[in-house]
Design a protein. Sequence first.
Length: 305
Amino acid sequence: MSTHDLVLNRPDDGVPTTEDQTPLVSVIISNFNHASYIEASIRSVLEQTYSNIELLVYDDGSSDNSIDIIQRLADQHGFFFQPQANQGLSKTLNTAIERARGELIAPFGSDDIMLPDRFEKQVPWLIARPQVGIAAGNIIKIDETGKHQPDRRQRQYPERLITFEDLFLGRIKGPPAATLLFRKTILQDCGGFNPEIRLEDLYIELKITELGWHIGAMSDALAYYREHPTNTIKNLRFMHEAVLKTYACFAQHPDYEIVLNQWINHQFLRASNRDKAFARECLRSLPIQAWNLKTLRGMWRLLTA
């Protein structure tokens, strides 16, 4: 199967432009069985008002008709496309980062949609803040059909800078994965994504901020986040195991046990009315001295729901 390379706004000599305000952005989409959503995701990159973009798309072992859809779009628009046997997201991202020519890297979900002016806003915002290693923004939730469903619980967060302590201790709301934009050199300095950890975004955010960089979050909404039955966040056991494995990489932190128990309490409460067997597992792993109001609320749900 053929592959293609597209860099929008490429100069005559074929070398990607690196102007102060228009560095090349390499967008990486790794798709797995998102045939219903992948075309909208790809088109949202192609339709960006910021033109200096390189698009790299991988299909990571899909069993649906994703490959046919992506290949048709690649033939039409000339972006790089590589189908492969399933490697997992972190390995795929690392492979793509090595290939990418951009100074900035934007991993993007194959089920999400970028707002058209995302990079037009986000790139100069990041460039103006040299202490920021990862730029982010707000999201707008949509349903599986692509419709926006107003949700009172969906907050739009103000502009903020996030340090390692803020993120690890949960002091400030972390960035939505659908809006992350990385400086490539920093990704390489921290060793890239960890193939042993399947929840890639939290790990890499902690690694980069541990090196002293900030995460900078804009107040602007930059992407539509699609909620559907197979969202990773809805798989409680997967999320739980991945986050525990991520936190274990930072077990030397003096507040590690506190952070760990905060997460278990959070998952216990979430599971108490959705997966009672898993909720009981969480409760058994939680020391009595770490019980709090979330624990009591979860217990009440277990007993009454």
